[in-house]
Design a protein around this ligand. Structure first.
Ligand code: APR
Length: 172
């Protein structure tokens, strides 16, 4: 698996799937979730609504992932995952964030996808410190079993964020 850190708008990437930092309703939101829904068009919301609820109002529990077509996006698929809200780090946040990456990769493997792009999951509205999130995420990507996507991009929305992720990538 080749992991690259880039700066840009994830909705513009020509990859097989982009990962969405969603919330448990899968009905859209702000941040990258809002950008992906805007770029994919209204059919994405329709597809998300069709995903069965596992409990009232919850289509994707924190740490899990669901896949839909990408519709108007260049990417064929959107993998929606729900990161943990940062609560200080002693409430299972690292394990849940690792699970987001592992579950997204296993969906990409199931769909035989070659290239996938992640945003900095939970590093925005959910408040996860990027210095910590990047190390958890990259460790989870590296621990993934063989046979998954050949190319993994982490698409940061600023150079400052990309520098943090690059430091983490070069550390290990
Ligand atoms: N491309 C790439 N990255 C982006 C883009 C974009 N177009 N827009 C925002 N980002 C970055 C943010 O700058 C941040 O670094 O994505 C990262 C994740 O931030 P959020 O989108 O706020 O996601 P998160 O912190 O996981 O919070 C999820 O926000 O939008 C709502 O519905 C979503 O409730 C959920 C919550």
């Amino acid at each position: 698996m080749d992991i690259q850190i880039i700066t840009g708008d994830i909705t513009s990437l020509d990859v097989d799937a982009i990962v969405n930092a969603a919330n448990r309703t899968l009905l859209g939101g702000g941040g990258v979730d809002g950008a992906i829904h805007r770029a994919a068009g209204p059919r994405l919301l329709q597809a998300c609504r069709a995903i069965p609820e596992v409990s009232p109002g919850v289509r994707c529990p924190t740490g899990e992932a669901r896949i839909t077509p990408g519709f108007a996006l260049t990417a064929r698929y959107v993998i929606h995952t729900v990161g943990p809200v940062w609560q200080g780090g002693d409430n299972g946040e690292p394990e849940l964030l690792a699970s987001c990456h592992a579950q997204s990769l296993s969906l990409a493997t199931e769909y035989d996808l070659d290239a996938i792009a992640f945003p900095a999951i939970s590093c925005g509205i959910y408040g996860y410190p990027p210095e910590l999130a990047s190390r958890v995420a990259l460790r989870s990507l590296r621990d993934a079993s063989e046979g998954g996507p050949r190319r993994v991009l982490v698409c940061c929305f600023s150079d400052a964020m990309a520098d943090i992720w690059r430091d983490a990538l070069n550390e290990a």
